[in-house]
Ligand binder design. Structure first.
Ligand code: GTP
Ligand code: MG
Length: 418
């Protein structure tokens, strides 16, 4: 056996760079988030620079003077690169690289890199690679310079630590191959979804800002073990779990990828079929980390993202999570939702009320029937037991007298025979 060769990956040390567009912006909190993203991607933050200006500079993102200041900071801190809080144009990237002689990264590259590291299913990996290649194909000139300088780290990793393609022609070929493969998988997803819809079991999509506690909530409610972790974008692939209530009602909970401000459009495009799970749900459970000072902004980002992927007019239950971390209560409201519930997915606080509200929503979709069914049609009872709620059944001389809730689809099928 040959000797094991340990490949050391030098940790990247980065300076974060942001433009503050208006006075009210809390750029500190935003840079905290960017720093958290950098950490998730394995980089250490060694400095920060913020410039107040109305728009970004089209040539260098920040102004010329600020570029000089940044250059000094890079020297002082021994940074190996910078990360800008917005997606840079190819020109901005190239100009900054030339001016700073360091690796230039942006928020999009960072998020794509994290997604690449967290994708586990075949579909997730293909989607991330697609988004990465599309982002990369327009920036090859700048990135090639960057890559000759450093060949490791953020922006170089594809899904599964695979090295990303750098040749323009090969990228184009690979994109069309990926497209074909994804179309096949999406067809499958469509078929599964159709089956689910046909089964009549209602679906709730769990959405919210990344790290809000979506997966923890689904796990706790259904006793499952989806990866829940204190990192951004722990969940990429939608996972569906069945929640059964004591009275036999059922609902499917679809845990989805978290949202974040400035979610790169290549990612929304690539993940559209995954994100669309929310479009096909019967209602939305919106999870908010109520202990986060930016909770209000996060809620706004979530609704904005839902709008972008075309989710509208669905009932929303907002769940203000992480109550166990809140000592001083600040009133927080969600004007877009129908109901809100305060919970802790960690301790289980508020779960009874949450389940009550879920049941109410489930029953609202149902039709109440009170009928006497002929003995010859007793098979209908089976169907009601399966996808509805049989409240009472009583055998009388004329047949079986029932009181039940059934969903609209089943009601349509049986209404002529009862
Ligand atoms: N204290 C406390 N921590 C919580 C609660 N709910 C979730 N967490 C923690 O918050 C972190 C993120 O939880 P996840 O369930 O992974 O969050 P998520 O919304 O699925 O995140 P992504 O999949 O990354 O978008 C984990 O460390 C959880 O343990 C809660 O009610 N209280
Ligand atoms: Mg999750």
């Amino acid at each position: 056996m040959g000797e094991l060769i340990e490949i050391k990956r030098e940790q990247e040390r980065v300076v974060l760079v942001a433009v503050e567009y208006n006075e009210n912006e809390d750029s500190d909190a935003y840079l905290d988030e960017l720093s958290e993203l950098a950490k998730t991607a394995g980089a250490e933050t060694v400095g920060r620079i913020v410039q107040k200006r109305e728009t970004v500079s089209s040539s260098t993102y920040i102004g010329k003077g600020k570029v000089e200041e940044l250059k000094e900071l890079i020297n002082e801190t021994g940074a190996t690169g910078i990360i800008c809080d917005d997606e840079l144009t190819p020109a901005q990237m190239k100009n900054l690289e030339e001016a700073l002689s360091t690796k230039v990264m942006d928020r999009t590259m960072l998020i794509l890199d994290i997604f690449a590291g967290h994708a586990t299913t075949a579909e997730g990996k293909l989607q991330v690679e697609m988004a990465q290649l599309k982002y990369r194909s327009s920036r090859l000139v700048g990135m090639r310079r960057s890559m000759s300088r450093v060949s490791y780290g953020i922006g170089m990793r594809g899904p599964g630590e695979k090295k990303l393609e750098v040749d323009r022609r090969l990228i184009r070929d690979r994109i069309s191959r990926l497209k074909e493969e994804l179309e096949g998988i999406e067809k499958n997803r469509g078929t599964n979804r159709a089956k689910r819809l046909e089964s009549g079991t209602p679906v709730a999509a769990i959405v919210g800002y990344t790290n809000a506690g979506k997966s923890t909530l689904v796990n706790k409610l259904t006793g499952s073990d989806i990866l829940a972790a204190d990192m951004l974008f722990a969940t990429l692939d939608p996972t569906i779990r069945l929640l059964k209530f004591d009275d036999g009602q059922e609902v499917l909970l679809a845990d989805t990828v978290g949202f974040i401000r400035k979610l790169p459009h290549h990612l929304i495009e690539a993940f559209r079929s995954t994100l669309e799970e929310a479009c096909y749900s019967d209602f939305i459970i919106h999870v908010v980390d109520a202990s986060d000072p930016k909770a209000f902004d996060h809620m706004h980002v979530t609704y904005e993202t839902l709008r972008r992927i075309g989710v509208k007019d669905k009932p929303v239950i907002t769940v203000f999570n992480k109550q166990d971390l809140i000592s001083e209560k600040e009133i927080i409201r969600d004007f877009n939702s129908d109901v809100s519930v305060e919970i802790s997915a960690k301790t289980g606080q508020g779960f009874d009320r949450l389940k009550e509200e879920l049941l109410k929503l489930l029953l609202e979709k149902k039709v109440y029937i009170e009928k006497t069914i002929d003995f010859s049609k007793a098979g209908i009872l089976q169907q009601i037991r399966k996808s509805g709620t049989l409240l009472e059944e009583e055998y009388v001389p004329e047949g079986i007298r029932i009181k039940a809730y059934v969903d609209k689809a089943l009601f349509g099928k049986i209404k002529d025979s009862i």
